[in-house]
Design a protein around this ligand. Structure first.
Ligand code: PEP
Ligand code: MG
Length: 322
């Protein structure tokens, strides 16, 4: 097993019928990049920038952030790095921001909602990212997007900072893709509208599942409802992929589901382009994908999407895996 993994470390991720997908990693700090490269990661599909803001007494400066982003980009060379802008609130609290307690933090003032109302904080991060962009293959992603207006507003602020930097004579890459996380059902349902304006999507199933099923991802009592294979989830994922592909955009997934051996054949059948997971899952996933035919899996797509329960989906996948 270890031998096969070692052999596949520097190989592309190819199905048995010659189709290629990308296996990327989720990271939280620049130190995580070694692990990504040692495990054959083809990119960073999600850099959670919260850690820069956590465990300290004040906001990180523009230069502190620039150093972190530059370090990740340089270490990754020309491989893509998707950096997610600040996603605080929900389960991630920042003591120094002194945000009011909320009854439903997961449905509250978090992520892009916070950033759009605290523009100076958001602008500092965007400037750091734009400055770092010349050191690698940067893609910028906004979290918790529920409406098109939020995306337009966030992108306008990004473009504004880009203009400011250019005016100040600071170099910025001219091919930064700008995308969104799909982790709120409203966005998955009208992905067709978003696909006209975003450069890419990354599906955040950790949140998408909790919001679709109305089951708190931290609450054990309702964890039986937290069902990644529920046909509702599969139909939302499929809608995003179809909408994106109709506009020649790519779709990744950076929730836990992307590295799950039961989900992988389903996601291949739906045509997912990029799978972002913990680094240690990459070589097992590449090994699994090598043995799967995308064409054959695609022929099961309609059947999977028309199933009624998660149990049916899992039974079917296990049966076909034999
Ligand atoms: C997600 O929601 O799937 C995701 C990747 O983001 P996080 O787990 O950081 O909320
Ligand atoms: Mg999330």
């Amino acid at each position: 097993q270890k031998d096969i993994w070692a052999q596949l470390k520097d190989e592309p991720t190819t199905t048995s019928d010659g189709e290629q997908v990308e296996l990327a990693a989720n990271i939280g700090t620049p130190d995580d990049v070694h692990g990504v490269l040692n495990n054959g990661g083809e990119g960073v599909g999600l850099y959670r920038t919260e850690f820069l803001y956590m465990g300290k007494s004040d906001l990180p400066t523009e230069d502190e952030q620039y150093d972190a982003y530059k370090s990740v980009l340089e270490q990754m060379g020309d491989k893509p790095v998707v950096v997610r802008t600040l996603d605080v609130g929900g389960d991630k609290e920042l003591s120094y921001l002194d945000l009011p307690k909320e009854l439903n933090p997961f449905l509250g003032f978090r992520a892009i909602r916070f950033c759009l109302e605290n523009e100076p904080v958001f602008r500092t991060q965007l400037r750091a990212l734009l400055r770092a962009s010349v050191h690698g293959n940067l893609k910028i992603m906004f979290p918790m997007i529920a409406t098109l207006e939020e995306f337009r507003q966030a992108k306008a602020i990004l473009l504004d900072e880009e203009e400011n930097l250019t005016r100040e004579g600071i170099e910025v890459s001219n091919d930064i893709e700008v995308g969104i996380m799909v982790e709120i059902p409203s966005t998955a349902v009208i992905a067709q509208q978003f696909a006209k304006e975003v450069d890419f999507f990354s599906i955040g199933t950790n949140d998408l599942i909790q919001y679709t099923m109305a089951a708190d991802r931290m609450n054990e009592r309702v964890s039986y409802l937290y069902q990644p294979y529920h046909p509702a989830i599969l139909n939302l994922v499929n809608n995003v992929i179809e909408a994106a592909h109709a506009k020649d955009k790519w779709v990744g997934m950076c929730g836990e589901m992307a590295g799950d051996p039961i989900a992988i054949p389903i996601l291949l059948s739906l045509g997912l382009d990029e799978f972002s997971m913990s680094a240690t899952s990459i070589l097992p996933a590449r090994t699994q994908i090598k043995g799967l035919s995308k064409g054959k899996l695609a022929s099961y797509k309609d059947k999977l999407l028309n199933m009624a329960t998660a149990e049916e989906v899992v039974e079917f996948v296990k049966e076909k895996a034999k």
